[in-house]
Design a binder for this molecule. Sequence first.
Ligand code: NAG
Ligand code: NAG
Ligand code: NAG
Ligand code: NAG
Ligand code: NAG
Ligand code: NAG
Length: 465
Amino acid sequence: MIKLTMSFFILSVLVFSFVLTVQGFGSSGHDPLGKILNRQLSSLKSSELVVATTKLSSEYSPVYMSPQEGLKEANKIDSLPGQPEQGVDFDQYSGYVTVDGGKGRALFYYFVESPQNSSTNPLVLWLNGGPGCSSFGNGAMMELGPFKVKRDRMTLDLNEYSWNNAANVIFLESPAGVGFSYSNTTSDYNLSGDERTAEDSYTFLVNWLERFPEYKTRDFFLAGESYAGHYVPQLAQLILHNNKITNQTIINLKGIAIGNAYVDFETSYKGMYNFFWTHSLISDEANKGFGLYCNFSSPYTITDICREFLGQADTGDIFIYDIYAPLCPSSPSSAPPAGIFDPYSDQYINYYLNIPEVQKALHADVTGLPYQWESCSREILALWDDEPLTVLPVIEELMTSDIAVWVYSGDTEGRVPVTSSRYSINKIAATTKTKWYPWYTQKQVGEYAVEYENLTFVTIKLSTS
Ligand SMILES: *[C@@H]1O[C@H](CO)[C@@H](O)[C@H](O)[C@H]1NC(C)=O
Ligand SMILES: *[C@@H]1O[C@H](CO)[C@@H](O)[C@H](O)[C@H]1NC(C)=O
Ligand SMILES: *[C@@H]1O[C@H](CO)[C@@H](O)[C@H](O)[C@H]1NC(C)=O
Ligand SMILES: *[C@@H]1O[C@H](CO)[C@@H](O)[C@H](O)[C@H]1NC(C)=O
Ligand SMILES: *[C@@H]1O[C@H](CO)[C@@H](O)[C@H](O)[C@H]1NC(C)=O
Ligand SMILES: *[C@@H]1O[C@H](CO)[C@@H](O)[C@H](O)[C@H]1NC(C)=O
């Protein structure tokens, strides 16, 4: 039953949403996950074994709770500046949830309900990765939310593939320092990392459910992409753990879905170079050297000669998160044909979200932040403090805890390519329940799916042309 609900939810979503994994940082050349992978590579010491080290205490320490009365009504969005006159037949909310009253740390969310069946549709929390990228700007405004910012940068179009057609979706800007989320204690930012992100997101959720109590018992799913391959399993694990020992709200977590998700250092590197070679992005020599001299298995010993070959793999100036996407010329000359991803979307969103009336309508930046809204925070990325090399043991724990696990992968992304996802799954998946089969949408092969015990893998053909 759980799995059926999940399948229904995700399949509806996949049918709605093709350009699923185009990342939000446009073609500005920002590659946060690439930076993390490089950093992990250069900091590896030989024979060092690093695994997921989420510290879960067996004693529940109550999380920060603040009064929520009246805040739901206060967070209701009357209408967003420039939104279409017709067709906005759903409710939207946004605002802050304080996650640490002492430090003055608050996370910004945007919540959009379904136009139909919102009282029975599941609740989904969506997280973008980075680290440091905004789930609101990238997730909601570019990828899977109800609106797209038009080329005039001031008006909005409806997105017919929005996930809120199938679910009630929260987009959370996480952690503090990303987008509109902030802390009044700036040294907080120095603690940015996986652990802090999971803890604050959990505190956000239990407070948010007090603000929206009608969702307390609703089927709940966590979804995200890229570096959220860390956030989603870690938060799911923390929820399950706290559900067992808390006297606070039990979160009704049913499943997770992660797209082109960074979950394992070894399979990421292996899959990435395999993808680069099979997509004509690197030379035979680089590929051969990589195959001969690089071994990313634990215990990790990355030799100098391997590093040399890695350095030789020059893919040139491409948008690695969607390898066939056009790069931006210096100014937008003409609109791309309908249905094609506009590489300038990032710039339109950036402009729109910095308009004071837009921020007012969103109840955002109520404290006069000393910086502009940005789709990704380079500062938070630079301060990122903990990033375990693998979260596969966490995913395995979820799989044996009755949590449906969906792994999906668009096949034109090069940073965490479909090959990396497949190598990762091969490390953890057991019995095949439903063998590899094509799935269809509008009579076309949307791509393929395979179902293992407690884990489903779906590939998606990106229609970028
Ligand atoms: C941060 O400080 C401002 C100004 O003092 C205050 O209005 C706001 O409530 C504080 N934020 C939090 C989350 O405590
Ligand atoms: C809403 O729920 C009804 C009853 O389950 C179903 O027939 C209908 O297709 C649903 N509408 C949407 C848009 O999902
Ligand atoms: C936080 O990090 C910044 C930049 O790295 C550094 O200058 C500052 O001293 C740090 N603050 C604390 C309290 O550690
Ligand atoms: C949970 O338990 C703690 C310690 O026993 C108590 O102080 C607190 O009021 C309880 N919270 C709720 C929501 O019942
Ligand atoms: C890679 O390294 C691991 C751990 O050091 C070792 O067990 C394995 O045999 C190595 N594989 C190859 C192909 O050398
Ligand atoms: C699948 O989940 C069941 C419990 O729901 C568990 O007993 C089994 O070991 C799990 N299998 C795998 C491969 O995770």
